[in-house]
Design a protein around this ligand. Structure first.
Ligand code: NAX
Length: 328
């Protein structure tokens, strides 16, 4: 029998945590034949609710779930972790400046990065979901010098999935017909969903759409502002769709992209496509055997260049701000 994989989830008592844990335990994160052990990390105020969720996980009698432990100490929470989903974060509240937001999150992600460095398993893979996800991932990565930088990733898969769905609706295609879509840049309103290389049932998506106005005035803003639209409609931020995207991100990272397709992941830039080295930006990537590679050689047109540059510029500013705050 296989040794269970240790999966640490932070913010386990939150709404994404609630939508995420049952799917991890039922085998959707790593595969239907991979046993898992959950390590839930919360802050002291979240411990009781996390215990309640753990009771419900018990009550599912999931065949693959080999244990649940709950901690409020990151050093224990990340002990032996093979996969870490960093969901808990400090949200922006009214009147908060960007500097306040970044330093509040630095107080979370710097110690968590250090705990990962000191206690996680050698094969640790990290996905940061908590916002600002890209820069939180950068903070954690900088605090973990002994872990290869490429193991720290940020989630843009929800944006990727949203873009596929919007494109399918517009063209009447099935979501499974859409391949090679890319989210570039930051998981924020500046992100750039790129359909110029995407395919719909084998045809170029931009040509199938044939409407640059729709692209600029409807598609891009709809994808970029979808989070706000969900809050407006639901009275709460995306939770099940965010959890689903986290599952997709890790599942693809571990199990590989399909031939002829790619996905979008926030990853440390190696300088590809003019994105400054080291910042955590979303790229088109293929994955195989638990590793990812940036898709190279794509022709970036003027329309795309301007939008990629704007989002990357925002990431550079966030990096400079956390550097100034001594967080990296
Ligand atoms: P909730 O407020 O429901 O839950 C957050 C949980 O994190 C709480 O239980 C809290 O006690 C816990 N927490 C706070 N600090 C912690 C720490 N230092 N260690 C461990 N746990 C801690 O938020 P939820 O709706 O679950 O969202 C979580 C994060 O995901 C937010 O930052 C949110 O902005 C972000 N999102 C990111 C998305 C993405 O695509 N990258 C999309 C969805 C979501 O908005």
């Amino acid at each position: 029998t296989r040794t269970p994989v240790n999966v640490t989830v932070t913010g386990a008592a939150g709404q994404i945590g609630y939508a995420l844990l049952f799917r991890i335990a039922s085998g959707h994160l790593l595969g239907a034949d991979v046993p898992v052990r959950l390590r839930l990390l919360e802050i002291p105020q979240g411990m009781k609710a996390a215990e309640g969720t753990a009771m419900e996980l018990d009550d599912c009698a999931f065949p693959l779930l080999k244990g649940i432990d709950i901690f409020d100490d990151p050093n224990q929470g990340f002990e032996g972790a093979n996969v870490a989903l960093l969901v808990g974060a400090r949200p922006r509240t009214k009147g908060m400046e960007r500097g306040d937001l970044l330093s509040a999150n630095g107080g979370i992600f710097k110690p968590q990065g250090k705990a990962i460095n000191d206690h996680a398993a050698d094969d640790i893979k990290v996905l940061v979901v908590g916002n600002p996800a890209n820069t939180n991932a950068l903070i954690a990565q900088a605090a973990a010098p002994d872990v290869p930088a490429e193991r720290f990733t940020a989630m843009t898969r929800l944006d990727h999935n949203r873009a596929i769905s919007q494109l399918a609706k517009k063209t009447g295609a099935d979501v499974t017909d859409i391949k090679r879509l890319t989210i570039w840049g930051n998981h924020s309103a500046t992100q750039y969903p790129d359909i110029f290389h995407a395919e719909i049932a084998g045809k170029n998506a931009a040509e199938v759409v044939g409407d640059e106005l729709w692209l600029a005035d409807t598609f891009i803003p709809t994808v970029a502002k979808r989070g706000a639209a969900i809050i407006e409609a639901r009275g709460a931020s995306s939770a099940a769709s965010a959890a689903n995207a986290a599952i997709d991100h890790v599942h693809t990272w571990v199990n590989g992209t399909a031939a002829g397709d790619w996905t979008s992941m926030g990853i440390p830039s190696d300088g590809s496509y003019g994105v400054p080295e080291g910042i955590i930006s979303s790229f088109p990537v293929t994955t195989k055997d638990g590793a990812y590679e940036i898709v190279q050689g794509l022709d970036v047109n003027e329309f795309s260049r301007a939008r990629i540059d704007a989002s990357v510029q925002e990431l550079v500013e966030e990096r400079d701000a956390v550097r100034e705050l001594g967080l990296i």
